[in-house]
Design a protein around this ligand. Sequence first.
Ligand code: NDP
Length: 305
Amino acid sequence: MAQVDAAAGTADLIDGKAFAAGLRERIAQEVAGLDFKPGLAVVLVGEDPASQVYVGSKGRQTVEAGMASFEHRLPEDTSEAAVLDLVARLNDDPEVDGILVQLPLPKQIDSTAVINAIDPAKDVDGFHVINAGRLATGQPAMVPCTPLGCLMLLKDRLGDLSGLRAVVLGRSNIVGKPMAQLLLGQNCTVTLAHSRTKDLPGECGRADILVAAVGRPEMVKGDWIKPGATVIDVGINRLPPSAPPGEPGGKGRLVGDVDFEEAAKVAGAITPVPGGVGPMTIACLLANTLVAACRRRGLPEPELL
Ligand code: NDP
């Protein structure tokens, strides 16, 4: 495992980019051994630039893994009924094993209604209430991709997580809550912190595992971190450009929710941003699609961890 620049500190760098590449390779090998092609349908409504980039990457990596990619790009003013109709058709389509509706959806569409219309067996984002319930009750579920990716990195780094104290910062349905459930499932002692938590630094300071998913640039400081802790930074925040508008200087740099320079001097291991959790999310989407394809056909599930 690579070390962070000696000048910056001593933490090992958790290379999510390399791990994700290896995972995609294992998925591609599994897919090559099947006598059918798993299919992933991605639904994008509107022109959100970040979503366009994500959907493009998802489609490309799906094809690279040997799976079929079906992209459905709909205009910004599409009605909720039209999206629900498309989801119903994808639910019935035997070539489609996974369905992902890219969020956020335009304001006229209720995302909860759309997500809960997806067949839970094809819900590769793991956001359907049935999958959330299965995860919470320890039953086989489709698990949300970002927390699943974080768990893979943690197990790769630490092995058995049993008995470790874990603090998850952020309680969203797509990251924080499922992350806490996954860590509980690994027998960690879990604290789920949020914007009303008193003494965040104190809570974080007891954590052997700290997962930050708040969407606040560099909020977690070095002196919040227990020496030697493993820090997983989910945040993706773009700082304002350094140059004034209209002048060259490009986009502002990407940072996580953790102050990397400070944290790397204290933590035992840390994910960088970019190149940490980000690449794991799409790799886990492909993993979920393969798992969904096997489960739907009653085939044994591949060992991907
Ligand atoms: P949400 O905005 O849905 O949730 C943020 C959570 O952080 C909320 O629970 C909120 O608390 C909490 N929070 C906000 N401010 C503070 C604060 N000052 N102190 C303590 N807690 C706070 O975000 P997401 O979960 O969707 O995303 C979190 C981050 O992860 C973002 O930067 C996002 O870009 C990134 N992300 C990265 C992905 C990847 O692939 N790497 C995928 C998904 C997200 P409360 O509930 O009390 O409001």
